[in-house]
Design a protein around this ligand. Structure first.
Ligand SMILES: Cc1cc2nc3c(=O)[nH]c(=O)nc-3n(C[C@H](O)[C@H](O)[C@H](O)COP(=O)(O)OP(=O)(O)OC[C@H]3O[C@@H](n4cnc5c(N)ncnc54)[C@H](O)[C@@H]3O)c2cc1C
Length: 501
């Protein structure tokens, strides 16, 4: 392993008497937290330097945009919703607003595969009633949600395993078995690459728990919040809102902007090629080690690498903490980009894409019509499809060879979309550990991790393994954790109490 290289011209460690924070992991969470720390320290007149340690030679983690002969596709996320102020603040901080790309309006149209046929997901209750999405019985059961009493035990601590219901169980209880199978299962596959029967509602979709607790049910919540909205004449947050955005140049633009801002900051450093193996403590403070190097004297450590990596980093320091970190499972995912000449695809692809419920027994979890979402991702006269396969429910897919994977995607999706002939472009990205799975007990595990970190003092964790898997959640959490770290190091009150210890 070559000696890792810092980006500062001196290549030297920071000296002086100021506070020194080590951030491990140069994905969006680590980079955003490092920048937030520097910005806040500067604003408060605190002498604080940040060193980010990144395993790879490039920063960005899952946010990586690939270009190939006029095609542009994403390694990980294909965008973020514009409903999270923290991300938009970051976009402005980096001067990236002019490069923001709004997804096309057609993306409001989304499809599900139901009984072998594509069905457009209705956008209004009236359209839902006349759709073929559910049987009459299924629709009636769904409407009966109004009569299902709210759970009495929802006021109990969120970390209580006894009340930690799966998404599937919640869906069945409130909206019926058919709704859970046809609507919830594919949605969870699409967002988490996960199984609704295996994920905790409180950890994955805490807003749903709040709506039931505060309003007695989902429809009741919609009615009350809808009334409030009309009364106040403004938007409420009864459900996920927002428009998908990316950048001209793709999602890499965001992390490249972050890395640039840190590289240009005299009191920040990004050490690339440092595959951290351990964080330990000695008389000088925290020490970060990797094969080929080590740095010491840190006042605080924020580990923003994936939790399985954080588990390795803390194995010697605290085996119980390490075991909790290691216990957070990840789902694997294969992302298969297929490019076609427009005239070889019969479907109009006027929409976002389609999701496939497990009961349809296909290999594909879904497909995004990427070049419809963000025009410009395919060369003229071409279309780009982004298929997903694997997930927690079908990890065996990851062992399939490339040809077999493409064959299965074409068998699943070809007839639905009218794909004719061979794709002109094939690109397969295999994520062995794509997305953290918030299984029942996740919130209790987070509480244990937080308690252990607090015992060590000035040790923190952030990233998609913990409190939200989306880019937005990572950025929001990174601001909050930066506030907490600074407050802890300076004895000030935190600006934000969102990452509670
Ligand atoms: C296929 C896919 C599709 C997705 N789609 C969306 C989407 O559409 N919208 C959305 O909002 N989110 C989406 N996500 C989730 C999104 O990618 C994550 O929220 C985000 O990338 C998490 O950022 P992070 O910094 O926590 O982790 P990562 O991006 O995993 O970054 C962690 C960093 O830590 C580094 N690291 C690991 N080990 C070490 C070590 N030992 N030492 C030093 N560094 C180390 C890694 O190299 C990496 O750079 C998707 C994810 C995947 C995989």
């Amino acid at each position: 392993m070559p000696e890792a290289s810092g980006q500062k011209s001196s290549g030297q460690e920071f000296s002086g008497t100021g506070l020194k924070v080590a951030v491990i992991g140069g994905g969006v969470a680590g980079l955003a937290a490092a920048l937030a720390l520097r910005d806040r320290a500067r604003a408060q007149g605190v002498d604080l330097s940040v060193t980010v340690f990144e395993k790879d030679t490039e920063t960005g983690g899952n946010l990586r945009t690939l270009n190939q002969g006029g095609w542009q596709f994403e390694w990980g996320p294909n965008g973020f919703l514009d409903n999270e102020p923290a991300t938009l603040r970051l976009v402005d901080r980096l001067g990236l607003r002019p490069r923001l790309l709004r997804s096309s309006d057609a993306t409001r149209r989304r499809f599900l595969l139901v009984n072998g046929k594509l069905q457009e997901i209705p956008l209004s209750p009236k359209a839902f009633l006349s759709s073929k999405m559910l049987s009459t019985r299924g629709k009636l059961r769904m409407a009966g949600e109004l009569l299902v009493p709210g759970r009495k035990d929802l006021g109990r601590a969120a970390t209580d395993l006894a009340t930690d219901e799966t998404i599937d169980r919640f869906g069945e209880r409130r909206l019926g078995r058919e709704f859970a199978n046809v609507m919830l299962d594919p949605m969870v596959k699409g967002v988490f690459g996960g199984e609704s029967k295996q994920l905790s509602l409180a950890a994955a979709f805490p807003r749903m728990v709040e709506l039931e607790r505060d309003h007695g049910g989902l429809f009741r919540a919609m009615i009350t919040l809808g009334r409030e909205k009309r009364r106040k004449g403004r938007r409420t947050d009864a459900g996920p809102t927002g428009v998908l955005h990316s950048f001209d140049g793709g999602m890499a633009v965001l992390v490249d902007g972050l890395a640039r801002a840190l590289d240009e900051d005299a009191q920040a450093e990004v050490v690339r090629g440092a595959d951290v193996s351990a964080i330990t403590r000695d008389a000088d403070g925290w020490r970060v080690s990797w094969p080929g190097g080590e740095r010491g004297g840190f006042t605080a450590v924020l580990d923003a690498a994936p939790s399985h990596a954080a588990a390795r980093h803390t194995a010697a320091l605290d085996p119980a903490l390490s075991a909790d970190l290691a216990a957070i499972p990840y789902a694997p995912m294969a992302v298969i980009a297929l490019g076609y000449p427009r005239d070889k695809v019969d479907h109009d692809l006027n929409g976002f894409g389609l999701l496939v419920p497990g009961q349809e027994k296909r290999t594909a979890l879904g497909v995004l019509w990427s070049s419809s979402i963000f025009p410009g991702l395919a060369p003229d006269g071409r279309v780009l499809l982004r298929c997903m396969a694997g997930g927690a429910g079908n990890p065996g897919v990851m062992t399939l060879g490339d040809d077999e994977l493409v064959k299965r995607m074409l068998a699943d999706l070809g007839p639905l979309l009218g794909l004719r002939g061979e794709p002109e472009l094939v690109n397969i990205i295999r994520h062995a550990r794509a997305i953290a799975q918030y299984v029942p007990g996740h919130l209790a595990r987070l509480a244990a991790i937080d308690a252990a970190a607090a015992r060590h003092g000035s040790l923190w964790f952030a990233g998609s393994a913990y409190r939200g898997i989306a880019v937005n959640a990572c950025v929001k959490e990174s601001e909050a954790v930066a506030d907490k770290i600074l407050a802890a190091l300076t004895g000030a009150r935190p600006l934000s109490a969102e990452v509670a210890r």
